[in-house]
Design a protein around this ligand. Structure first.
Ligand code: GLU
Length: 474
């Protein structure tokens, strides 16, 4: 995916700028605001790894933005774009993200400056394990300290290498599995974590579209069905978001990946497109769709909802004016620069901010951490009890009415919750509840600010109260 490269663009300063815009609507004195904004700890490391016949010196980071609640939480990305400014910005966003969805963690982020596609799995394992032991050495990882997770370029496999390294360096630590989230289910992961961010994006946008008043202002019908959607990035977030939109009746009109994009106003079948890309190695030449050579131009095609779900800075001062979407949902972290924000807000576009919209990942990470600390699968204690209860209620109702429900209805009514049901339900409730907290803030501010600023005020209020209650500002 091409990123428009503005030499002078600092992602961290962009986050600070957005923070400052919101801070004036909060009640905190400047000292507390400075403390909320500051990155508490920045750990930059370099370590050697033998790759083939050579020794490569790898550059990596872990940044803990805020310790107002512990552990710190945030993913680890593998990308050649990793640098200190980026990791700091992403760590800061994690602080605000956790606050918005009421996940009791401080924000953190990690990154290794590599192109993961250049290495064999064996080499990646060596790099990952070495990174994990560097974190252990400096006390930058642990169930109560700092709990990483997947991010751009990493997934369950990397998480399992990290938890294994951690556990072997800390023999006997009974809660070792809680040192990281996004693990495979067989290694202490929770069901539903893989698709969580994409599902959260869907729940969040569905909530926006269900607010009739806001849809009317945009000249759109209420509801998700029939809305035209473009998704940029078919990684874990973009792919799952597209799938949930598609499965729930939205029309996927455009898809973009680094090699180019495709567009068809009649709609694309996400499952078939993914099969096509697997078979041919690219999105182009998908039957019925128009090829878009320059991937970034896919974002500028007609649609109702645009979901940038890859990297930061893809919609900026250069291309924002050409965006036609009425709603932009930030699946990625920081896909819009502050310049883009200004242009789009003037155009009346609703920008649903990253720190709310992509918080599904960390929300379900929180559930995974709770599962690891409680050492029991969700649903294990109550599934059968619920089924027995439902059975006796149903039998009583049938006895009183003299009618019987069909077998399909019976099994639906009896069904007690499995782990994945509880995870989805917790995520859905979180995304709905947090959306309304942000919307209430918008209303309180009399519609004077955009949704990102409103979300920041919600986050600042929560983090600020925490700092005040810590009593470190007598
Ligand atoms: N990397 C994801 C994010 O940016 C998930 C973080 C987590 O689960 O801790 O929100």
């Amino acid at each position: 995916m091409e990123k428009a490269t503005h030499e002078e663009y600092s992602f961290f300063q962009g986050v600070e700028r957005n923070f400052d815009k919101a801070a004036k609507y909060t009640r905190f004195e400047s000292g507390i605001l400075e403390q909320i904004k500051a990155c508490n700890s920045v750990y930059r490391m370099k370590f050697p790894v033998r790759i083939g016949d050579n020794i490569e010196v790898i550059e990596a980071y872990r940044v803990q933005h805020s310790h107002h609640k512990l552990p710190c939480k945030g993913g680890i990305r593998y990308s050649m774009d990793v640098n200190q400014d980026e990791v700091m910005a992403l760590a800061a966003l994690m602080t605000y993200k956790c606050a918005i969805v009421n996940v009791p963690f401080g924000g953190a982020k990690g990154g290794i400056k590599i192109n993961p596609k250049k290495y064999s799995p064996f080499e990646l394992e060596k790099i990952t394990r070495r990174y994990a032991s560097e974190l252990v050495k400096k006390n930058f990882i642990g169930p109560g300290i700092d709990v990483p997770a997947p991010d751009y370029g990493t997934g369950a496999r990397e998480m399992s290498w990290i938890v294994d390294t951690y556990a072997s360096l800390k023999p006997g630590e009974v809660d070792a599995l809680a040192c990281i989230t996004g693990k495979p289910v067989t290694q202490g992961g929770v069901r539903g974590r893989t698709e969580a961010t994409g599902l959260g994006v869907y729940y969040g946008i569905r909530e926006v579209c269900n607010t009739a008043e806001d849809m009317k202002k945009l000249g759109l019908e209420k509801g998700i069905e029939g809305k035209k959607v473009i998704v940029q990035g078919l990684g874990n977030v973009g792919y799952h978001a597209a799938k949930f939109f598609f499965d729930n009746g939205a029309i996927i009109v455009g898809l973009a990946e680094h090699e180019g994009g495709i567009y068809n106003e009649k709609g694309l079948d996400i499952y078939k497109v993914v099969e096509h890309r697997k078979a041919t190695g690219h999105l182009h030449d998908y039957p019925g769709a128009t090829n878009i050579k320059n991937s970034a131009e896919t974002l500028e095609q007609p649609c109702d909802i645009l979901i940038p779900a890859a990297l930061e800075n893809v919609i900026n001062g250069d291309n924002a004016a050409r965006i036609q979407a009425k709603i932009i949902g930030e699946g990625a972290n920081g896909p819009l620069t502050p310049e883009a924000d200004e242009i789009l807000i003037k155009k009346g576009v609703i920008v649903v901010p990253d720190m709310y919209l992509n918080a599904g990942g960390v929300t379900v990470s929180y559930f995974e951490w709770l599962k690891n600390l409680s050492h029991v699968r969700f649903g294990r204690m109550d599934k059968r009890f619920s089924e027995n209860q439902n059975d006796s209620i149903l039998k009583s109702v049938e006895g009183l009415t003299g009618k019987r429900v069909s077998d399909i209805e019976r099994s639906q009514i009896l069904h007690g919750p499995d782990e994945v049901d509880l995870v989805y339900s917790g995520l859905e409730d979180t995304m709905i509840g947090s959306y309304h907290e942000i919307r209430e803030a918008l209303m309180r501010l009399d519609g004077k600010v955009d949704m990102r600023t409103a979300a920041f005020t919600v986050a600042i209020d929560k983090v600020g109260v925490s700092y005040e209650e810590l009593g470190i500002f007598p």
